[in-house]
Design a protein around this ligand. Structure first.
Ligand SMILES: NC(=O)c1ccc[n+]([C@@H]2O[C@H](COP(=O)([O-])OP(=O)(O)OC[C@H]3O[C@@H](n4cnc5c(N)ncnc54)[C@H](OP(=O)(O)O)[C@@H]3O)[C@@H](O)[C@H]2O)c1
Length: 246
């Protein structure tokens, strides 16, 4: 990104040079928000979200942060947000934004396939591609929040698993392509107590939602912190985290 771009970005001008920079998509809620809160102890955070007001509310709660607003279904909006961010160097890119669809193949229209792949796969690929120069400069790390569904596909979960299988293929390839320049970690949580899990349980007809049965979003943030804490010669390729209660 050119110095001219930097000069036009007030947020960039206010970044603390002593804090590594982390861009976290889906940081307004759930897992991404827990990761943003945890990393904000020692990082400057770019808070990813679709809505300017919701994103600004999270930014206001963190010690050093700025908004990164884009509907990830819109690749033009992704390009604009990256350009406006003016990142010459990026230490951490966490892909947490995601959508979960349920239903059999027969029940799932083409538009739902397009929406799920757009957010869970295409946006991850494009955002990573656009930010690779900045990540290489920082010898940065990419963390993808995948899922247990990135390994198994079950009745009614084919679309979600298809996106997460594709995400695993993407991160596996990226890890090899960037070996020695950018470290790539795939995190595979089981069920996590977030809005998405409430929605999934409701879709399965389980109306007595009990979040204590599931992993806390803050615990997934611990796995991200663990991957980021590796010494420079080591990389966590994959990490699975599951509820104790199964
Ligand atoms: N919850 C689970 O049980 C579980 C388990 C395994 C893996 N995961 C994965 O973990 C990740 C986070 O899930 P979560 O449970 O934290 O979900 P969540 O609570 O539903 O939050 C989803 C986040 O993604 C953002 N997002 C959704 N669509 C977007 C779009 N089109 N453009 C930009 N941002 C968008 C939302 O932003 P807005 O607030 O702006 O809408 C929100 O911040 C996902 O990739 C999910 O597949 C979740």
């Amino acid at each position: 990104m050119s110095p001219e771009t930097y000069a036009g970005n007030d947020d960039a001008a206010q970044r603390d040079p002593n804090r590594p920079i982390a861009l976290i998509t889906g940081a307004t809620r759930g897992i991404g928000r827990a990761i943003a809160e945890d990393l904000s102890a020692d990082h400057h955070i770019l808070v990813g979200g679709t809505d300017a007001a919701r994103t600004a509310a999270v930014v206001a709660e963190l010690p050093s942060a700025e908004p990164f607003v884009a509907d990830l279904q819109d690749l033009g909006a992704v390009v604009t947000a990256v350009t406006e961010a003016g990142l010459d160097s990026l230490d951490v890119l966490v892909h947490s934004a995601g959508v979960a669809a349920t239903g059999t193949l027969e029940q799932t229209p083409a538009q739902e396939w397009q929406r799920s792949f757009a957010v869970n796969v295409f946006a991850v690929a494009e955002l990573t591609r656009l930010l690779l120069p900045a990540l290489r400069t920082a010898k940065g790390q990419v963390i993808a929040i995948n899922s247990g569904s990135g390994y198994v596909s079950r009745n009614g979960g084919g679309l979600y698993s298809a996106t997460k299988f594709a995400l695993r293929a993407l991160t596996d390839a990226l890890r090899e392509e960037e070996r020695g320049t950018v470290r790539v970690t795939s995190i595979h949580p089981g069920r996590v107590d977030t809005d998405m899990q409430v929605q999934l349980q409701s879709a399965m007809g389980n109306e007595d939602y009990d979040g204590s049965r599931y992993v806390a979003a803050e615990s997934v943030a611990v796995t991200v912190r663990t991957a980021l804490s590796m010494p420079a010669e080591a990389m966590v390729d994959e990490l699975a985290i599951r509820p104790v209660r199964g």
